[in-house]
Design a protein around this ligand. Structure first.
Ligand code: GDP
Length: 176
């Protein structure tokens, strides 16, 4: 006789953040282990899935990407409605993208009364040694003050990308 039966869960995860910060690239890295230096914005990974296992639970992430529609801000609530987790992405080399990310966090907190799990992800960390514009301390302090998971990541090198999604999966399993 085996242990406990496996449970299967499907969760919606949305990627939010300014155009160009690397949302599609992070989705592609996590779902397929790929990176494309010059992919077209319109091709954006509009919908990808990836399943991870935590203990006896299979967590299937349905990953929603805004696919270049960041300009149409009014559409945003459609994207994050029903999401279990939101990854709010900024580019660690771009201060404007960081302030936009903070605005996304505030909007999520206001709109989504249910407890959506929010990750603040500083992408393009591979370029930070020469181009950093947002300090780790500043981002981490904001994350701590607002109850967010925080990580610097790189869709290009893959740094910390799987770890972020695994952290989300663990938290969702524990919360269930
Ligand atoms: P999105 O508009 O937020 O979906 O951003 P994309 O995923 O389309 O990425 C915008 C550009 O940044 C593309 O040319 C990517 O190849 C590049 N990019 C994305 N992530 C990284 C990263 O971690 N490091 C570097 N160096 N470039 C990246």
């Amino acid at each position: 006789s085996g242990g406990k039966p496996r449970s299967n869960r499907q969760v919606k995860l949305v990627l939010l953040g300014d155009q160009g910060v690397g949302k599609s690239s992070l989705a592609l890295r996590f779902a397929r282990g790929e990176f494309h230096e010059h992919h077209e914005a319109t091709i954006g990974a509009a919908f990808l899935t990836q399943t991870v296992t935590v203990g006896q639970s299979n967590i299937k992430f349905d990953i929603w990407d805004t696919a270049g529609q960041e300009r149409y801000h009014s559409l945003a609530p459609m994207y994050y409605r029903g999401a279990a987790a939101a990854v709010v992405v900024y580019d660690v080399n771009n201060t404007h993208s960081f302030s936009r990310a903070l605005a996304w966090v505030k909007e999520l907190r206001q709109q989504n009364a249910s407890s959506v799990l929010i990750v603040l992800a500083g992408n393009k960390a591979d370029l930070a040694s020469d181009h950093r514009a947002v300090s780790v301390d500043e981002a981490r302090a904001f994350a701590e003050d607002n109850g967010l998971i925080f990580a610097e990541v790189s869709a290009k090198t893959g740094m910390a990308v799987n770890e972020v999604f695994m952290t989300i999966a663990h938290k969702l399993v524990r919360r269930a």
